[in-house]
Design a protein around this ligand. Structure first.
Ligand code: SF4
Length: 476
């Protein structure tokens, strides 16, 4: 019988159906971005092990048992334990005060419940295996680490012994039932819970599969409203009573779903008229790594690497296109910022499709205070098209999302990201990071740069087309 792992145990605690699938369903291979995160995790673990030169790599249960029994062993890496149908690997075990100090290595800067649950699972299995744990810690990434510092400056240890031991008592009460659930032949009957909203199975093959206008398609639905709808047995938006109070943005969605037609608010024309010409349609791409690649950059800090600007003199009338893509071998933010300021001119709206560009321009102003005044004037010209769209328009085919990739097929169906080598921001970030790490040949880099420029340019052209279509709708 396959052993219960940390992932299946914690997944089953959240939802028994989800945990069962982790054991029984072969999911698709990881995305480029997922693969990159896994590679980063391996490097973080390698650096953590380097701090303990006396450490011995175990890697399986037999070798672990021998090392634990040997009093001359002080530190064990990847110590594996199997007991009563469960398995776990402890990242680092250190002999301490007649017992052992369990250290789980994580790529995060801050502690959260999920990390403590991970540590709790390993604690539970080690305790059941007879290991005397005197301390349980998370080894996290230090936000103060900078490129060039020694490996031990990369980490901070946080002690969670008391919390984890109390949680492990609670976890252990579920030992048999989780093991039985994940090993049963039949999938447990799914039950709609708040966690379904962020579950990757929901629309793929679970309760949301094939369901149009599910209540989770309601923008920014709160847990309280979700519970109200479940109590009313209103699982789709059309079943939400008309007198149930929703936010204005949610109300547009309910009206559109109930009528089966798009809803256009009268304010759309006025909102669009606020754009000043020429308009600069702006999109940024950034990347971040756990371990910084450039000087004076913090772990996980987003670094702006690329922008695209389509310049229009009227809706849909493209006069010019400007773009920038950094040299990945160095931090180009200063050069990028100066060119960005020049490319954005002095007047006209700067149209974005998220508040992210504003956040990043503010960060540039922090990094380069001498440019803060000119960047501040750019911020005053920002116009968020997504914000206007979500206030003034909804089409039932948006299926609850105003993401540009959901909106475009409805409003500008000839614009598509299908077939593009780089088709989303996570992929763009991961492949830039790999270039910055020197993992690509010159020929590969040439192609990747072309793909990145095409992707970012597509984002701003999509905004141009979207805006043009909205002007038509407002005039109808
Ligand atoms: S969609 Fe909901 S019921 Fe289905 S696996 Fe996910 S959390 Fe469980």
């Amino acid at each position: 019988m396959p052993l219960v792992t940390k992932e299946t145990f914690l997944g089953t605690l959240a939802c028994r159906t989800y945990g069962w699938h982790l054991r029984h369903t072969n999911d698709q291979s990881p995305s480029i971005a997922d693969q990159f995160r896994m590679e980063e995790g391996k490097e973080v673990h390698r650096r953590a092990r380097a701090i303990y030169p006396d450490g011995i790599f175990a890697g399986d249960a037999t070798k672990t048992a021998g090392l634990v029994a040997d009093p001359t062993t002080n530190t064990i890496f990847e110590a594996e334990f199997q007991v009563d149908g469960y398995v776990t690997r402890a990242d680092i075990l250190r002999r301490e005060d007649d017992g052992w100090h369990l250290i789980e290595v994580k790529s995060n800067v801050n502690t959260d419940d999920k990390l403590v649950d991970d540590l709790t699972y390993t604690t539970m299995v080690l305790r059941r295996s007879g290991v005397n744990l005197v301390r349980c810690s998370l080894m996290l990434i230090s936000k103060d680490y900078r490129l060039g510092m020694p490996d031990d400056a990369l980490f901070v240890l946080t002690d969670h012994t008391d919390d984890v031991k109390a949680r492990a008592d609670e976890f252990e009460k579920q030992w048999e039932s989780v093991r039985d659930t994940v090993n049963q032949a039949e999938q447990p009957e799914p039950r709609l819970i708040w966690a379904c909203r962020n579950c990757d199975r929901f629309k793929a093959d679970c309760l949301g599969a094939g369901v149009n206008n599910h209540i989770f398609d309601l923008p920014r639905i709160s847990e309280k409203k979700f519970n109200d709808f479940v109590a009313m047995d209103a699982m789709t938006i059309d079943r939400i009573p008309v007198d149930y109070e929703l936010t204005p943005n949610q109300d547009i969605v309910r009206t559109a779903v109930r009528s089966g037609k798009p809803v256009v608010q009268p304010s759309l024309a006025d909102e669009l008229a606020a754009i000043r010409w020429p308009a600069y349609y702006l999109d940024f791409e950034t990347f971040k790594t756990v371990i910084p690649l450039y000087p004076d950059v913090a772990p996980h800090e987003a670094i702006l690497t690329q922008y695209s600007i389509h310049i229009c003199s009227a809706p849909g009338q493209v006069d010019d296109h400007r773009e920038y893509l950094a040299d990945p071998s160095r931090d180009c933010r200063r050069e990028l910022t100066e060119q960005l300021i020049a490319d954005l001119g002095n007047e006209g709206s700067i149209v974005t499709y998220s508040p992210y560009e504003k956040t990043m321009i503010n960060k540039l102003a922090d990094v380069f205070p001498d440019l803060a005044g000119r960047l501040g004037r750019c911020i005053e010209r920002l116009y968020d098209l997504k914000d206007v769209l979500s206030k003034c328009y909804y089409h039932p085919c948006f299926h609850g999302s105003y993401s540009i990739k959901k909106v475009l097929p409805v409003l500008a169906p000839d614009m598509t990201y299908e077939g593009m080598e780089v088709g989303d921001g996570d992929t763009a970030s991961a492949i830039f990071a790999k270039m910055a790490m020197g993992r690509n040949s010159k020929a590969e880099m040439k192609k990747i740069r072309r793909d990145l420029l095409t992707y970012c340019g597509q984002d701003t052209l999509a905004m141009v087309r979207l805006h043009e279509r909205l002007v038509d709708i407002a005039c109808d």
